[in-house]
Design a protein around this ligand. Sequence first.
Ligand code: HEM
Length: 257
Amino acid sequence: MRALTNTRVFRSVFRHGFPSSNRNRSLVVFSSFFLHFHPVKVRLRAIRFTRTFYLGGLCVACFFILTVSGIFLMFYYRPAVPHAYHDMKDLVFVVSSGTFLRNLHRFTAHMMVALALLHMAWTFLRGAYRPPREFNWVIGVGLLVVTVLLSYTGYLLPWDQLAYWAVTVGTNLVAATPLVGQKIKLLLLGGHAINDNALLRFYVLHCVVLPMVLVLGIGLHVWRVRKDGGIHLPPEVRTLAPGATEAMATTSKEAAQ
Ligand code: HEM
């Protein structure tokens, strides 16, 4: 092991030794692209399961599964009217584990919407929307809207009757917006009918634009949780002197125990 960790190549990637001391743990967190999002230390009482039910984290996990399964689906799907429906049928009846892949993507999408709503409700009930977290609440509302839009734009892609009429109803609802409604509908459909143009637009929105917005939004949202002093704690817990009833835990070792 030492022979590996002492090599120049290993040292050029991992700048610090094994996180076995407090100092090394801090250095590992500070110097890691992925971990620097996370505080070096968290209190045990802040990561108690019932504090958040990990609902925000579960939303992130759903988004990760959706991204990976979505990339696999892109290998089998062509966003054009002559192909879209048949590609979905091929996926289910011809492609090995295609039904599993399609259902994984579909059900995870339903779950993400449900989890985001539950996360919002629990955040509200805990009063975590109050200052200084009101801006993060607004970012959260934006994330919920983008999550719903992702579900909606994905709905048209199979190009079946359900998809076609759902998008007809949805875009007609948008058209009812005063002043700008008709313009937004034209922009969404790329014309006055639901055809190839609409399919391509919904595809690009679903696979590129909205996921990018969500990645940026989630990054900002989680960063704000950290900048706002971590998870919101009830006043009676917050006023306890640090260490009065609970020990501090580092993010790595003790927190997992
Ligand atoms: C894509 C959807 C979302 C993702 C991925 C997400 C992710 C997260 C994560 C990981 C946390 C920290 C841990 C936790 O509370 O579980 C968090 C906290 C928070 N979220 Fe979300 N969230 C989403 C949607 C929302 C929505 C819809 C709202 C409300 C409108 C919201 C408001 C908040 C607030 C205020 C906090 C801070 C809670 C506190 O300090 O205790 N989020 N979110």
